[in-house]
Design a protein around this ligand. Sequence first.
Ligand SMILES: [Zn+2]
Length: 196
Amino acid sequence: MHNLCAQPVAMRRKIRDNWIQIFMRLPGGPPEEGSVELHHRAEDELWMREAIAEARKAEAIGEVPIGAVVVRDGLVIGRGHNRRELLLDCTAHAEMLAIREASESIGAWRLLDCTLYVTLEPCPMCAGAIVQGRVKRVVYGTPDPKAGCAGTLMNLLQEPRFNHEAELTSGVLQTECAGLLTEFFRKLRRQKKSAT
Ligand SMILES: [Zn+2]
């Protein structure tokens, strides 16, 4: 049995609290009660924080900090953080590991009603796995100018010639997601400099 991050009731409460905090900060004042768009934004931020927590696990073991979670019906069913160096495996990206765990959790390779949250825009391999797994929706934090295949270099997630297209939202908690990476590489450069 996989670790599920929270019970639905606790999660709903968390989503509601987050939602309240966000609308209190809006310059135009609180929106209409029950605004669907705002609710989705708060929920996306909530799950992106889980992906960020995964990225921090990668950082703690010296890997490039990228994290992902797969969510279905208000529950995390798969988690992953980049473990490329540790596993000596170029396919051990956060999304691949989260997708694999999600499929094991539900006993199916099709992730039809699932949303994948990832801190960095998916690369071609992960975008391929997302399409193959029929993931319904993808939410990413910050674009990847070197490998991003969800709109930056190309958009494999919404290619009409494929048999599946995913819904896509970008820029959720972008500052935090990008900050993890810039801080990681800054530290790395500093360490290299002091070693020479
Ligand atoms: Zn990837």
